[in-house]
Design a protein around this ligand. Structure first.
Ligand SMILES: [Zn+2]
Length: 189
């Protein structure tokens, strides 16, 4: 006597039912910037005589903390960081033969403008949930763009807590990704 066909159909039907739940709905595309302490991201765009840089870093890497300054010491650290970021020619050294000139920089760090925590030291112990990022843009113009082939990134000198920079260069030669560290500071394209 042959096996009853419906006994075989049942597990197949069950498997199909299990394979088609709306799992896609649980799979939200959370597009977060990676927030890893010590790791920054640098986007470099080379276009003719203009060199534009966009830096993203956890505040920890440039300040050592990630909350609005709550005392004089923290305010001084923030002021020093803002001063360093305003001096783009000390942070980035494009090929000298290209005669690039630092134009300006712009910094955004909403966390720093937030209301200061009442007791930042005490809060910091529990503040695993509190993170903050910084976005900074730097612009250079170069008189001899044909000679512009790279730049030294000196952020590691100014911000020793920064351990790694994932850099991405877009130029007329295409795209290039480079991982920088204090021992590997040159970006070439
Ligand atoms: Zn953080």
């Amino acid at each position: 006597m042959p096996p009853m066909p419906h006994l075989m159909l049942f597990p197949v039907a069950l498997a199909v039912a299990l394979a088609t739940p709306a799992y896609a709905e649980e799979h939200h595309a959370h597009v977060h910037h990676a927030h890893v302490h010590g790791v920054a991201k640098l986007e470099v765009a080379v276009e003719g005589g203009s060199l534009s840089l966009h830096l993203e870093s956890p505040l920890e890497g440039v300040l050592g903390f990630e909350h609005a300054p709550g005392n004089d010491k923290e305010r001084a650290i923030v002021a020093q960081m803002r001063k360093a970021m305003a001096n783009g020619s000390a942070l980035f050294a494009p090929t000298s033969a290209a005669k690039c000139r630092f134009v300006d920089s712009k910094l955004e760090a909403p966390t720093l403008d937030a209301k200061p925590a009442r007791k930042p030291e005490k809060q910091a112990k529990h503040a695993e949930q509190a993170h903050g990022d910084l976005d900074a843009d730097f612009r250079f113009t170069c008189a001899e763009p044909a000679k512009l082939t790279g730049m030294e990134v000196r952020l590691f000198n100014a911000f020793p807590k920064m351990r790694r920079i994932d850099a991405q260069v877009v130029s007329d030669k295409g795209q290039k990704a480079t991982r920088l560290s204090s021992k590997m500071r040159f970006l070439s394209w």
